[in-house]
Write a protein that binds this ligand. Structure first.
Ligand SMILES: [Zn+2]
Length: 301
């Protein structure tokens, strides 16, 4: 996906939001001006405000300032006497920090960043319902699960300042590993990070399409801030594609220090058997990866 184009689109959306908010105020005032009393008051207010604004470049004119404030109070009284919401005189912006400009103090506002991240995550993670750790049901969690959850919550809270950048969640079907993966994704998105969530099957298919020049989405996954791969080991091994692209993906992400989180129902031995030493040693690197083994009982009730 084209990040620059996305930012340009979002800036355009933000500008339209501002225009719309101002238009709403204009329409509101136009409606009120049907009453000659309000119209007169508002014309005086506009004129005095303009004069005050012009003169304020030279020196502050206290007389004018007083007139403007006086007229503003009169307008507000006119409205409250008629039970009309006074706040409608000001544009209503969604973000009180940047007033929907997307910029604050020369930097990109958090609201624009969050929007950008959720757009990127959306386009990268079509098949997932994101969850958060508060959705964990303690009644079906044993001690192992609780410990695993605590580790993952603390990793999320500390990210990106974590000692181990990758996570492997091991456990057989029904052990809750996909649930934990979705909790990680949701919590990280809520923190404003950009997340790419794929099943191993989807990722494998993207690698195949990339290999034959049909789609470049695989590279979005390789370069995403945080990549989550669900159910590694369930994808078919395509000759010259699956292992090769997986190796390149993991290797590239390790060099760039990007977080890769996987779930798998394979044991460490099975992983080594299936993907050979090069992939295995990068996945299960004790210095870089937190490996969590879940218990086996079926929690899908
Ligand atoms: Zn903002």
């Amino acid at each position: 996906m084209d990040r620059k184009k996305l930012i340009a689109d979002l800036k355009q959306q933000f500008m339209l939001k501002r225009v719309r908010a101002q238009e709403e105020v204009d329409e509101f005032i136009e409606g009120l001006r049907i009453d000659p009393e309000f119209d007169k008051m508002y014309s005086q207010y506009s004129q005095k405000s303009l004069e005050y604004w012009r003169e304020s470049f030279n020196e502050e004119n206290l007389m004018l300032k007083h007139d403007v404030e006086d007229l503003k109070l009169k307008i507000e009284k006119y409205l409250s006497d008629r039970n009309i919401d006074v706040s409608r005189l000001k544009p209503k912006y969604e973000c009180p920090i940047c007033n929907d400009t997307g910029v604050v103090g020369g930097r990109v506002c958090k609201c624009l960043l969050n929007k950008l991240n959720s757009e990127i995550s959306k386009s990268c993670s079509s098949s997932t319902n994101f969850k958060t750790f508060d959705m964990c049901n303690p009644n079906i969690m044993d001690e192992v699960d609780k410990k695993a959850k605590d580790k993952l919550v603390s990793w999320c809270e500390n990210y990106p300042n974590v000692s181990k950048i990758n996570i492997n969640i091991l456990g057989v079907a029904g052990s809750g590993k996909t649930f934990f993966l979705e909790c990680l994704a949701g919590s990280l998105i809520n923190k404003g990070h950009s997340v790419c969530f794929k099943t191993a099957f989807e990722l494998n298919e993207l690698a195949r399409l990339y290999h034959i020049g049909k789609s470049y989405e695989f590279m979005d996954c390789v370069n995403s801030e945080i990549l989550l791969i669900d159910d590694l080991g369930t994808e078919p091994i395509i000759k010259n594609v699956s292992k090769e692209y997986l190796y390149n993906l993991i290797n590239t992400r390790q060099i760039k220090n990007l977080a890769t989180i996987i779930s798998t129902n394979l044991s460490l031995n099975d992983l080594l058997d299936r993907y050979d030493e090069r992939i295995f040693s990068r996945l299960v690197n004790k210095n870089l990866s937190l490996t969590i083994q879940l218990t086996s009982k079926d929690k899908r009730i």
